[in-house]
Design a protein. Structure first.
Lengths: 758, 713
C-alpha cells in the first residue's frame, strides 16, 4: 500500500509543523527548485533597502557608485578575456556580474554575452536559500561556489560560473560572479554541446552550485575530481583559476568602493539601478501600441532526425506590461538535446529587448520585470528536470527570434525608437565542434569561433552586415585561422568565402554568410560534430515582405585524403562548396549531404566537411531594391546573374554590368501585375490551404493553426510512430528511436527480403 | 647638442629646438598642402628667438626628427590609392568580414553594443578588388598546394585592369614560409616591371609583420599600402626642403614603436600615432631625468583624452594589435589609449539614473561649446568650466576665442532644468565632477588591469585642457602629484628629440618552454638562438644602412610568453640575448611569473598548464644623446605669487562660490607658489589650482600641482 494522493483534511498547526519539520529533515536531495527557477523577476525590496532608498540618498552619488561598479566588472571581464584558456573566453563568450545580497543580478560587464543578464541570478538564489544556513556548507568570506548545471540557472552546461559572497564588517552585502563558456565539460561528445545527448546524464558535468573554494584557495580534491570528469583537465584547471582571480578582483574593487562611499550608498545603488531600469522599461512599454502581435517560427530538426517543431510567439502589450505567450510550442523530447530550460528560453526575450530593442539600457535582471512569460509546462521551452539539455541553445534561439521579429514590427509603429527597425538576425551556430588529439599530442574538445559568424538582419534603411556577430554577443570574434592551426590540426581549406546567393532577399538584403570546408592533418584521432537546424526549413524570416534566410546543409567528402590530391593532382581540388559537391572529382570518394545535427563522428585525415554561415532576414520587397545595389552584389560575386534577373527582376548587360533602367522598370512592373494575377482573395486562400491537422507523413510537433491549446505530436512506441493530439499535459512522453536503429531495421528488412527471394 | 624635433599635427606644427644650452619652442599652423611651409614658419620663430639664421641652424644640427599625425588624418579622410589585394583561395572574405567584430573597432562601447545600428566602415579594399590565388601552406610552413602561377598572372591582370593603384599580397601562413608571396612579387615584376611608367607598388604581408593572424597582417599591409604614397610624398617634400636649406644629415621619422629611422627605412604604418607616442616617450625621459618613478601621461584636448603608461624600471607596454582609426592591425606600438572625453564633450541629463552623463558625443571645435557662440547649443564640459568661473571669457586661447557666459548658462539651463532642481552653476559642478571622474576611471582601468595602483603614480598633464582638470582627475585617483611638464605645449616634439634610432623585428614561434604533457623544459637552444641571431642581423643591417657603426648597435630581446592557451601574452625582457642552459629557461619563467602575478593577482599564475613563447622580438637600437632637463623644485621656501585679480569660482564639493585669486603667467616663475583655490591664465592654457592643492614651478618651467591636504610622502 502506498500513501494516498487524495487531498486530506487540513492538519492542526502543531501537526503541520511536525510534518514540515519531518519533510525538511528527510529531503532526499536538493534538486532544481521550481520556486527559484520559474521566477525571472527581481525580489521585493528588503527592509534595509526600503530604509536606505527612503532616506534621501543623493541620486548623483548613487549613479557614481553604479559607474564604478561597472568599471570593476569591465576590468574583470578584460582579465578573463586575456587569461581565459577556453576558446570561448577569447572570443568574448563570458561575463562578470554583481548581485544584491538577495541574489538579484544588478549589473554585468559592458562586453560579453548579453544573454547572461537574465539568467545568472538563479544559482545565487539557490545558494542563499539552501547553503547560507546549511551547517555543512555555509557561506563565508573567502568562499566561492562553482556551478554549470543549467537546471539551476545559466544558459547551458558548457558555461561554468564562479560565485563569491562579499562580506563587509561581517555582513553579506553582495555577490559577485564570473562566467565563461568553457566548451569541454565531459559530455557525451567533446566540446560541451552534445547534439546526440539522449538523457540528462549525457550532458556532461552537472554541477549544482557547490563550494569549491575556501579561504580564496581552490580545493585541490574537488579540482582533481572535476579534471577527471572532463576531456581537458588543463582547461578545467586554468579557467577555474582565471574565474576565481577575476572574481576576487571584482570583490576587491567592491570592498574598496564600500570603504570610499560607504556601505549604505553601495547597497542603495545596486537596488536603485535595478529599479531605475525597471521603471524605464515600463515607461517604454507604455509607449508601445497596445495589442497582441503573433508570429510562428519553426525548427526542422531534433539534431538527430528531420522533424518540424513549432515555436509560436505572441506578444501582448497592455499598458506598461508585456506578456510573451509561448503556448503551443512543441513538447519536450525526453531523449533529444534541443530542450531549453525555461530560464534559458527567457534569455531570448531579454536578449531581444536589451540587444536589439533598447540597446541603450543597462544590462541587468530588472528589464524583464514588466514581462510575463506564459508557457506550457512540459514543452520544449519549459521542460521537466529530466529532459536532456545538451544543445539547449536550439530552443533558446527560438525564444529569441520570435520576440525579435515581433518587436521589430512593434517598433515600426512606435514614434520613439531606441534602435533601428530590422529583420531577424540569423539564429544558428553553424560551426564545427571538434575533439581529439592535437598535433602536439594533447587531448582537446571544443568549438570553432565561426559560431560567431551570424549574418545581421536587414535594416529599414540598409542591408544587413555579412557574418558579423552572434545575436547574443556584440564584438564577438570569429578569430584568425593561422592562430587556430597552430593549436589544433583542423584546417579550414575554405575559411572565409561569402557563399554566392546565400542572402535573404529584399529591398534591403540580409547580411550574408560565408562557406567553410575543413579537414584535418597531423592527428591520430580527430572528429567533428555540428549542432544546428535550418537545413530544410529556414530558421529566420524576413520582415515587411523581405525573404527569409536560405537553408544550410552539412556536406561531407569521405573516403579520400584531400591532401594527397592537393599534392598529386592539384587541379582536382576546388575552393568552392558547390563545385566540390556537384563535380565530384575525387575518384572513389563518398559525397553526401545531411542535416546540421551531426553527432560527434571520427574523420580520417584529409576527409572534408563543408558548411556555411547563414544570412539574416531580408527587409522589404525585392522589386524595390536599388538596381545599383544588385549590381554591386553581382560584381562582388555575392549573387549570380540568375538571381539578379529572376529574383530582383533586373535587366542588365552581363559583360559590363550596366543596368537597363527602362527594361528593369518594365520587368518589375510586369512582375507586379503577375503577382496580382497569382493572388487570390484571403478567404479563398484559407479555404485552399488550411487543413484541420498537419500532413500525416510529417513528424510534426506543436499546435496547428491558431489553436495553441491543442498540441499535435508524432509519438513513438514499439509499434512505430503514431500521431497524437491534445493538451500538453496529455501528450505522452516523446522518446524517439535511435536513427541508427531505424536504419539497421530497414537494412535488416532488406536483407531478409533478399534472403527470402534467394 | 644641437637638434630640431617636430610634431606635425592636424592643426599645429610644433617645433622644439635644442641649441646648446638653449631650448626653444615654437608653433605654427600646419600647412597641409605643403608641410614644409608650416615647418619653416615654426623653425623661423625658433631661429628668431635664438637670433640665428635658418640655414645656419639646419647646417649645424645633428638631426631633424619628425613625428606626424599625417597618416592618421589621411586614413580618416580616406585619402589614398585604390588598393587591390591578393589572398589565398578560400580566404576571399577574410578582409571584408574583419573577424566579425570589425564593425566596432575604434568605436565607443555604446556603439559597439548596438548590433541593430552596426555598420562596418567603408573598406580600404573593396570586395571587387580582392582576388585569390590557388595555394596553401600549413601552420609549420609546409606547402600543401603549390602556387598556381597561371592564376597569379590572371588575377594580376584583373586587378590592374580594375584600376588598382597599389597591391598587397596576404597569403596564409606566409610568416612561416614566404615563398609564395615572394613568387607573386617576382611574377608581378616580370609582368609589370618597376621601370614601367605608372608602376604599381606591391607590398608583401610577411614583410610588414612577422606575426601570425591573417586578418590583422592583411589590414596592416593594406593600411601601409594605402598611406604609402601620401606619406612618402609629404615626407620627401619635407626632406627636400631641408636639403634646400642646407641640411645634410638624414631626416629621421618617429615610429609608433618608440624609436625612429630614416625615411627610406620607415613603413607608413609605423608613423601612425607617432605624435602621441612621442609624448609618451617625452614622459618616460622626463620621469627618468627627474626621478619621478612611475608616470601616467595624459593629454586632454578638446575632443579626446590620451593616456600613456610609463612604469618605473623600464617595463615596456606595447599594443601588439592596436586599432588604428577603424582597423585592427598587427604592429608593436607603444601602448596608448584614447578616450572620447575632452572640453567639447557634451553633457546631458540621464533620465534613467536621474543624473548627469558626459559624452561620448562631442561638440568638437565646430560649432564647439555653446559658450563659443558659434551656433553650438549643447552644453559641454568647457561650458561648465566657464560657468564655474575657471575660464576668463576675455582671455581664452589668448583672447582669440571670446566666450559667452550667458550662452553657456542658457545651454545648461535648457538641458537640465526640467529635470534637476538645481541652479545652473550647481549642475556645472556635477558636469565638472563627472567629467573628471570619467577620465579618472579610464586611467584607473588602464593601470589596474596591468596590476598597478594609481596612487603610486605621478600624473603628467598636458594638452589644452590638462592643467584645468588635472587636480580633479588626480583627486579621484588618490594621486597627490601632478606635473604639467616643461614645454608642455610642444611636448610631443620634445619627445621626438629623445627617441633612439631603433628597429624592431619579430617572428611568431611555437617555442614550448615547459611542456605540461611531457613535463619537460625547453632545451633546443641552438634553434632558438639562431632565430634571435637572424632578427639581430636584420636590425643591425637596418641601422648600418642608415650610417650607424655596427659596433654601436645594441639589441634588446623581448619574448611574448603565455600560460597554456591563454590569449594574453606578456612581453618579458630577457636578461641575456641567448639561451644557453636550463637555468636561463627557469629565469625566463620566473620573470614571466613575477609580471603575471603582479598583473592578475599573486597565485593566478598557471605554469602547470604549460608555458610558451609565441613571439620572439628583437629591438635593435643605437643609443644617442638626449635632451637634458629637470623638473625639480627650487630649494627653499617658495614665495606666494601675486594675484592680478579675483573671480568668483565654484568647486564640486563646496557650497556656494569662492572668491578665487586670479594670476597671469608671471605666477609661473620659479620659486613662486599659488595656493588653491587659484586660477592662472596664460595665452595657451588655464591652470586651475583646486582647493586643497598648490601650484609650484620647477626647473625648465615645469609646473607642479601638489596636494596640500593629506599630501603623500
Amino acid at each position: 500500500m502506498t500513501p494516498s494522493a487524495a487531498v486530506s483534511a487540513p492538519l492542526s498547526a502543531d501537526d503541520q509543523a511536525r510534518v514540515d519539520k519531518f519533510l525538511a529533515e528527510t529531503t532526499l536531495f536538493l534538486g532544481p527548485d521550481p520556486e527559484i527557477m520559474r521566477d525571472h523577476g527581481m525580489q521585493a525590496r528588503t527592509a534595509e533597502e526600503e530604509r536606505l532608498l527612503s532616506s534621501g540618498l543623493d541620486a548623483y552619488e548613487l549613479d557614481r557608485v553604479r559607474k564604478r561598479i561597472v568599471a570593476g566588472l569591465d576590468e574583470a571581464f578584460e582579465m578573463m578575456e586575456q587569461t581565459g584558456a577556453a576558446p570561448g573566453a577569447k572570443w568574448g563568450d563570458l561575463t562578470s556580474a554583481v548581485y544584491t545580497a538577495s541574489g538579484d543580478l544588478a549589473h554585468i560587464s559592458t562586453g560579453g554575452v548579453l544573454a547572461f543578464a537574465s539568467v545568472l541570478h538563479y544559482p545565487v538564489r539557490f545558494i542563499n536559500k539552501y547553503w547560507l544556513k546549511e551547517p555543512t556548507v555555509g557561506v563565508h568570506d573567502g568562499d566561492a561556489f562553482i556551478h554549470n548545471d543549467a537546471r539551476y540557472g545559466n544558459i547551458h552546461n558548457t558555461d561554468q560560473s564562479m560565485i563569491l559572497p562579499v562580506f563587509h564588517d561581517g555582513e553579506l552585502i553582495a555577490y559577485v560572479a564570473t562566467v565563461v563558456h568553457e566548451g569541454e565539460n565531459g559530455a557525451k561528445e567533446p566540446g560541451g554541446m552534445p547534439s546526440s545527448s539522449e538523457s540528462a546524464f549525457d550532458d556532461g558535468l552537472r554541477m549544482s552550485p557547490f563550494k569549491c573554494v575556501e579561504n580564496n584557495e581552490i580545493r585541490r580534491d574537488l579540482l582533481t575530481f572535476l579534471q577527471n570528469s572532463t576531456r581537458e583537465p588543463k582547461l578545467q584547471y586554468q579557467d577555474m583559476k582565471v574565474k576565481l582571480y577575476a572574481a576576487l578582483r571584482i570583490k576587491e574593487r567592491v570592498l574598496a568602493l564600500v570603504e570610499e562611499v560607504g556601505r549604505d550608498n553601495f547597497i542603495a545603488s545596486l537596488r536603485k539601478s535595478l529599479e531605475d531600469v525597471e521603471a524605464e522599461a515600463r515607461r517604454r512599454i507604455s509607449e508601445l501600441p497596445d495589442g497582441t502581435y503573433r508570429v510562428n517560427f519553426f525548427s526542422d530538426s531534433t539534431l538527430r532526425e528531420n522533424v518540424l517543431l513549432k515555436y509560436p510567439c505572441a506578444i501582448t502589450v497592455s499598458g506598461d506590461r508585456l506578456v510573451i505567450d509561448w503556448r503551443g510550442t512543441a513538447p519536450q523530447f525526453l531523449n533529444r538535446a534541443f530542450n531549453a530550460t525555461l530560464g534559458a528560453a527567457k534569455c531570448g526575450p531579454s536578449q531581444a529587448l536589451l540587444g536589439f530593442f533598447w540597446p541603450d539600457l543597462p544590462r541587468g535582471i530588472s528589464v524583464m520585470n514588466p514581462v510575463e512569460v506564459v508557457t506550457d509546462p512540459g514543452s520544449a521551452l519549459d521542460p521537466g528536470f529530466d529532459a536532456p539539455l545538451g544543445q539547449s541553445l536550439q530552443g533558446s534561439f527560438m525564444g529569441f527570434s520570435g520576440p525579435q521579429s515581433l518587436l521589430a514590427k512593434l517598433q515600426y509603429s512606435c514614434p520613439e525608437k531606441h534602435s533601428s527597425v530590422m529583420a531577424p538576425w540569423f539564429n544558428e551556430i553553424n560551426t564545427f565542434l571538434y575533439g581529439g588529439l592535437t598535433q602536439h599530442g594533447e587531448l582537446v574538445g571544443n568549438v570553432c569561433a565561426d559560431l560567431n559568424g551570424m549574418g545581421g538582419g536587414a535594416r529599414a534603411y540598409r542591408d544587413g552586415e555579412a557574418s558579423m556577430a552572434p545575436f547574443f554577443a556584440a564584438m564577438a570574434d570569429i578569430g584568425e585561422q593561422e592562430l587556430i592551426e597552430d593549436e589544433v590540426p583542423l584546417m579550414q581549406l575554405v575559411s572565409k568565402k561569402i557563399k554566392r546567393d546565400n542572402q535573404a532577399f529584399g529591398k534591403f538584403r540580409g547580411g550574408m554568410g560565408y562557406e567553410m570546408a575543413v579537414s584535418h592533418r597531423g592527428s591520430q584521432l580527430w572528429g567533428y560534430a555540428t549542432v544546428s537546424h535550418g537545413s530544410k526549413f529556414p530558421s529566420v524570416m524576413g520582415v515587411m515582405g523581405g525573404y527569409g534566410c536560405c537553408t544550410y546543409p552539412l556536406a561531407k567528402i569521405k573516403g579520400v585524403n584531400v591532401f594527397d590530391y592537393l599534392d598529386d593532382d592539384p587541379s582536382s581540388w576546388d575552393f568552392d562548396f558547390e563545385r566540390l559537391m556537384n563535380e565530384q572529382r575525387f575518384t572513389g570518394a563518398r559525397y553526401s549531404t545531411h542535416h546540421m545535427g551531426m553527432g560527434y563522428e571520427l574523420a580520417d585525415e584529409g576527409e572534408v566537411y563543408l558548411i556555411s554561415q547563414g544570412s539574416g532576414g531580408g527587409y522589404g520587397d525585392v522589386l524595390e531594391r536599388d538596381p545599383e545595389l544588385v549590381m554591386a552584389d553581382l560584381e562582388a560575386d555575392y549573387i549570380s546573374p540568375a538571381t539578379a534577373r529572376e529574383i530582383y527582376f533586373l535587366a542588365f548587360d552581363e559583360e559590363t554590368l550596366a543596368v537597363d533602367a527602362e527594361a528593369t522598370e518594365a520587368a518589375r512592373a510586369a512582375e507586379r501585375e503577375a503577382r496580382k494575377l497569382r493572388g487570390v482573395p484571403y478567404a479563398d486562400f484559407v479555404a485552399r490551404w488550411n487543413t484541420p491537422e498537419p500532413p500525416e507523413h510529417l513528424p510534426y510537433y506543436g499546435s496547428w493553426g491558431d489553436d495553441n491549446a491543442v498540441i499535435h505530436a508524432t509519438a513513438w512506441s514499439t509499434q512505430g510512430p503514431a500521431r497524437v493530439k491534445g493538451p500538453m499535459a496529455e501528450i505522452p512522453p516523446i522518446y524517439l528511436p535511435d536513427p541508427k536503429d531505424l536504419a539497421i531495421a530497414v537494412l535488416q528488412a532488406r536483407v531478409a527480403e533478399l534472403e527470402g527471394s534467394a | 647638442m644641437k637638434r630640431i624635433s617636430v610634431d606635425i599635427g592636424g592643426t599645429f606644427t610644433d617645433c622644439f629646438c635644442v641649441w646648446g644650452d638653449d631650448y626653444v619652442q615654437a608653433k605654427a599652423l600646419t600647412t597641409h598642402h605643403n608641410l614644409a611651409q608650416g615647418f619653416n614658419e615654426a623653425l623661423d620663430q625658433a631661429c628668431s628667438t635664438l637670433a640665428v639664421q635658418r640655414a645656419d641652424v639646419l647646417a649645424q644640427v645633428d638631426s631633424v626628427r619628425y613625428a606626424t599625425t599625417l597618416g592618421t588624418n589621411a586614413l580618416i579622410e580616406r585619402k589614398g590609392p585604390q588598393v587591390g589585394a591578393i589572398v589565398s583561395a578560400g580566404f576571399e572574405a577574410t578582409i571584408p568580414l574583419s573577424r566579425g567584430r570589425g564593425y566596432g573597432e575604434g568605436l565607443d562601447e555604446v556603439a559597439k553594443n548596438d548590433l541593430s545600428g552596426a555598420i562596418r566602415p567603408d573598406p580600404l579594399v573593396p570586395q571587387r578588388l580582392i582576388r585569390s590565388v590557388r595555394e596553401r601552406v600549413d601552420y609549420g610552413g609546409t606547402t600543401l598546394l603549390e602556387l598556381d602561377e597561371d592564376d597569379v598572372r590572371r588575377v594580376l591582370r584583373e586587378l590592374v585592369d580594375a584600376g588598382a593603384e597599389a597591391l598587397v599580397v596576404c597569403l596564409i601562413n606566409a610568416v612561416e614560409n614566404p615563398a609564395h608571396e615572394l613568387r607573386v612579387q617576382e611574377i608581378f615584376l616580370e609582368e609589370y616591371p618597376a621601370h614601367q611608367l605608372g608602376a604599381i607598388p606591391m607590398l608583401l604581408s610577411h614583410q610588414l609583420s612577422g606575426r601570425k593572424g591573417e586578418y590583422v597582417r592583411s589590414t596592416s599591409t593594406i593600411v601601409d599600402a594605402f598611406l604609402h604614397a601620401t606619406m612618402y610624398h609629404a615626407l620627401s617634400e619635407l626632406e627636400q626642403n631641408l636639403r634646400d636649406n642646407g641640411y645634410t644629415q638624414p631626416m629621421l621619422v618617429i615610429h609608433n614603436s618608440g624609436g625612429m629611422a630614416q625615411l627610406n627605412s620607415t613603413d607608413a604604418l609605423q608613423t601612425i600615432h607617432s605624435g602621441p607616442v612621442a609624448g609618451i616617450q617625452a614622459s618616460e625621459h622626463l620621469a627618468e631625468e627627474a626621478g619621478l618613478g612611475s608616470v601616467i601621461a595624459t593629454d586632454m584636448g578638446g575632443t579626446s583624452f590620451d593616456i600613456g603608461l610609463v612604469a618605473a624600471g623600464g617595463v615596456k607596454h606595447y599594443d601588439f594589435l592596436p586599432t588604428i582609426e577603424r582597423w585592427l592591425v598587427s604592429v608593436p606600438m607603444i601602448h596608448l589609449v584614447t578616450l572620447g572625453a575632452g572640453g567639447g564633450s557634451i553633457a546631458k541629463y540621464d533620465r534613467l539614473h536621474q543624473s548627469v552623463a558626459i559624452g561620448p558625443e562631442s561638440a568638437g571645435s565646430d560649432p564647439g561649446p555653446a559658450g563659443y557662440d558659434r551656433g553650438g547649443m549643447a552644453p559641454t564640459v568647457t561650458d561648465a568650466d566657464l560657468l564655474l568661473g575657471y575660464l576668463d571669457p576675455e582671455q581664452y586661447a589668448g583672447g582669440r576665442i571670446p566666450l559667452n557666459v550667458k550662452r553657456a548658462e542658457f545651454a545648461i539651463d535648457e538641458a537640465f532644468m526640467d529635470h534637476i532642481d538645481l541652479e545652473p552653476v550647481d549642475v556645472a559642478k556635477l558636469i565638472k565632477a563627472e567629467a573628471d571622474e570619467q577620465m579618472a576611471n579610464g586611467i584607473a582601468k588602464e593601470l589596474r588591469t596591468r596590476g598597478y595602483l594609481p596612487e603610486e603614480f605621478t600624473m603628467l598633464a598636458y594638452g589644452g585642457n590638462g592643467p584645468l582638470h588635472c587636480c580633479g582627475i588626480a583627486g579621484h585617483l588618490g594621486i597627490g602629484r601632478v606635473l604639467a611638464p616643461p614645454y608642455s605645449s610642444v611636448f610631443s616634439a620634445l619627445g621626438a628629440g629623445n627617441m633612439p634610432q631603433l628597429h624592431i623585428h619579430e617572428r611568431s614561434v611555437p617555442v614550448i618552454l615547459y611542456d605540461a604533457t611531457s613535463r619537460a623544459l625547453f632545451d633546443r637552444f641552438d634553434g632558438f638562438n639562431e632565430i634571435v641571431a637572424a632578427l639581430e642581423t636584420k636590425g643591425r643591417a637596418d641601422l648600418e644602412r642608415q650610417g650607424m657603426a655596427a659596433d654601436a648597435v645594441r639589441h634588446r630581446l623581448e619574448l611574448d610568453m603565455r600560460y597554456g592557451n591563454q590569449l594574453v601574452t606578456t612581453a618579458v625582457v630577457a636578461k641575456d640575448t641567448r639561451l644557453r642552459e636550463v637555468s636561463d629557461v627557469l629565469d625566463l619563467i620566473e620573470l614571466f611569473a613575477d609580471d603575471f602575478g603582479r598583473r592578475f593577482g599573486s597565485g593566478s599564475e598557471s605554469p602547470e598548464a604549460g608555458i610558451r613563447i609565441t613571439t620572439i622580438r628583437v629591438a635593435s637600437y643605437v643609443e644617442g644623446e638626449t635632451v637634458e632637463f629637470d623638473a625639480s623644485l627650487p630649494a627653499g621656501e617658495p614665495e606666494p605669487a601675486t594675484p592680478v585679480g579675483e573671480r568668483s569660482c565654484s568647486f564640486p564639493g563646496l557650497d556656494g562660490a569662492v572668491a578665487t585669486p586670479v594670476y597671469d603667467e608671471t605666477a609661473l616663475a620659479p620659486g613662486l607658489v599659488v595656493a588653491g583655490p587659484g586660477v592662472v591664465t596664460t595665452p595657451t592654457t588655464t591652470y586651475l589650482v583646486e582647493p586643497g592643492w598648490r601650484l609650484q614651478t620647477g626647473a625648465h618651467g615645469a609646473i607642479w600641482f601638489l596636494k596640500t591636504e593629506g599630501e603623500p610622502s
